[in-house]
Design a protein around this ligand. Sequence first.
Ligand code: NAI
Ligand code: MG
Length: 354
Amino acid sequence: MSQFNIAVIPGDGIGTEVIPEGIKALEAAASKHGVELNFTHFDWSCETYHRTGRMMPADGLEQLKQFDSIFLGAVGFPGVPDHISLWGLLLPIRRAFNQYVNLRPVRLFEGLQSPLANKQPGDIDFYVVRENVEGEYSNIGGIQYEGTEDEVVSQQSIFTRKGTDRILKYAFDLAQSRDKKHLSSATKSNGLFHSMPYWDNRVEAMAEHYPDVRVDQFHIDIFTANLVRMPEFYDVIVGSNLFGDILSDLGPACTGTIAIAPSANINPEKDFPSMFEPVHGSAPDIAGQNIANPIGTVWAAAMMMQHLGRQDMHDTIMAAIETVIREQMALTRDMGGTASTQELGQAISDIISA
Ligand code: NAI
Ligand code: MG
C-alpha cells in the first residue's frame, strides 16, 4: 500500500476553512484507491507571528523537509504587513525547496458562466507556467535617505541563465506533451532594457530544441488584453515571477471565479517536497463566514496526488469537481449558489466516495 506524509499549513483567514475540505477530498480518494495519507498539522500563520514574532519557527524548513508534500491554505492577514508574512513563510518555502515551477491550470468548466461573452466549456483550457524563485520577486535593493525628500528606493530583479532556462524547459516540455503544442511567452522587452530581452533570447534558444512547438510572445500589457479578448488562443503560457503571477489571476477570473484555481509549487527534480495551494489568498473580507469556495484547494490536492504519482486519485478528485459544477450541486456564492464551504466540500467528497 502506498503511503504519503503530508505537511498541512492552513495559514490565515479562509485558509483554515478551505484546507479541511481539501483533506476530506483527499481522504475519500485515498480510501477509494487504497492509499494511506498521514497528515501533520502546523499552525504557522499571522497569529503565530503575533505570539512569537515569527511566521514559522527557526527550524521550520528543517521540519518540513522530511515530508512528501506540503499542503498550504493561504498566508497573510491584516495586522501583519504582507511583505513580512509572505517573506516569513510562503516565499522561504518556495526558495529553500527549489520549487522553481509554479504551475497553474486554467479551465472553463461545464456549468460555470464565464464573465466573457459566448465562451463555452473547452474554449478556455491553458496552463500558466510561472517562474517561482527569482525574477522580479527579490529582496535585493534598499532605501536611502529615508524620510527625507531625497529618499531613494531600488528594487533589483534577478534573472539567472540557470533559472531562466529551467523554467523555459519545463514549459516547453509541457507544451510538447499537449495537443496544441503551443507556447506563449510573456515579455516586456520594449520597456525593461536588460531582463526581458535576455528572457526573449533564452526563449528563442530553447525553442530550437522543440521544433514541434509553435512559439509566440506578447508584451505583458497586450497579453492581459488578449487573455480577455481571445483566451481560446492560449495553450501553455510561460512568464517570469511577476508576469506569471498577474496572468494566473487573470486567467481563472476569465473562467468565472479565481476561487477554483489551484497552484502547484513544484521542485521537478523531487529533491525537496513540493507545495500545493489555491491561487487565492486569505480573503479577509469573507473570512469566518464559511462561504469560501474550497474548489481551488481541492483541485490543488488533486495536483498534489498527481505529482506524487497517483494519477488515479487525481482523476477521481477532478471528476468529482467537474460533477458538482456541472450538476450545480452545492455551489458557493462566488459561483452563483448559496452553499457553505462545508456543504460544497462534503458534496465533493460524497461523490468521490460513491
Ligand atoms: P484574495 O485572493 O485573498 O481575495 C481576493 C478576492 O477574492 C476577495 O474579494 C475574496 O473574498 C475573493 N476570494 C478569494 N478566495 C475566495 C474563495 N475561496 N471563495 C470565495 N471568494 C474568494 O486576495 P487579496 O485580498 O489580495 O489578499 C488577501 C491576503 O492574502 C493578503 O494578505 C495577501 O498578501 C494574501 N495572499 C496570499 C496568497 C498566498 O498565500 N499564496 C496569495 C494571494 C494573496
Ligand atoms: Mg498572486
